[in-house]
Design a protein around this ligand. Structure first.
Ligand code: DC
Length: 233
């Protein structure tokens, strides 16, 4: 069957990664979570004290250290899902916490960070057969992707999902703080100068506020089948 690139972009915490992971597993494609890559760079910056007390990044120092930042993915043999690696160490749970979440937008707005991540993502997708989720996959990383989806849901619904996810992991979190974080990230992601979050004109819009995971999975599978049937060899 023809292999394609599936680009899934959209707002934070709207279930992009769940649908991207499910699709990749179902069709035997590689799944890449590009948000995890920006989160790993953020963790690196935190480990090296590269944030000023006001939350801004010491960008010059980070730029010098960027050649030392290696982000990769290793498959978890039990779940068969990718575990994010920062310089060879698994950082999957550290990068999902609130500390990284509240610093990541500043890192993702830096042009030299985006350049490094975009190049790496393009290499990962050079063979096609990939499902990649993020903010700029259909617009910047793979403008030629055969299937582009732009996912959204209301900020409250997304904050509630994030709250449920973190409490299920045993973390003590505050709903209002999460909602504020979701809204702030939406604003920064959509208003930054480089690769802002926006729907590509040829992307299909999916508002999943009122959809179950099973319903959106089915919808995505239908789109995938339609595109693989029509994609040129
Ligand atoms: O999808 P996420 O919440 O894990 O993403 C973390 C942050 O990284 C988010 O603030 C947006 C940013 N990001 C980005 O700028 N470009 C991407 N391709 C993926 C994520």
């Amino acid at each position: 069957m023809k292999k394609i690139i599936v680009a899934i972009d959209g707002h934070s915490s709207c279930g992009k990664s769940t649908m991207a992971k499910d699709l990749a597993r179902e069709v035997g494609y590689v799944y890449i979570d590009t948000g995890a890559m920006y989160r790993a760079v953020t963790l690196f910056a935190m480990q090296h004290d590269l944030f000023a007390p006001d939350g801004s990044v010491l960008a010059e120092q980070l730029e010098q250290l960027m050649p030392q930042v290696q982000v990769s993915f290793k498959l978890d043999p039990e779940t068969n899902l990718p575990l994010t690696q920062l310089n060879g160490t698994t950082v999957e749970s550290e990068i999902r916490g609130m500390a990284v979440s509240s610093h990541v937008s500043a890192i993702a707005a830096l042009p030299f960070v985006r350049r490094a991540m975009t190049e790496q993502q393009q290499r990962m997708g050079s063979e096609k057969g990939i499902v990649m989720d993020g903010r700029d996959i259909g617009t910047v990383v793979f403008p030629q992707a055969e299937l582009k989806i732009f996912v959204t849901a209301s900020a409250r619904v997304r904050a509630q999902r994030r709250y449920d996810e973190l409490t299920a992991k045993g973390q003590t979190v505050n709903f209002d703080e999460i909602l504020k974080n979701v809204e702030e990230r939406d604003y920064i992601d959509s208003h930054r100068a480089v690769a802002p979050l926006r729907q590509s004109p040829d992307a299909l819009l999916l508002d999943n506020s009122d959809l179950t995971i099973a319903e959106q999975k089915e919808w995505l599978m239908e789109q995938f089948k339609a595109r693989t049937a029509s994609a040129p060899l």
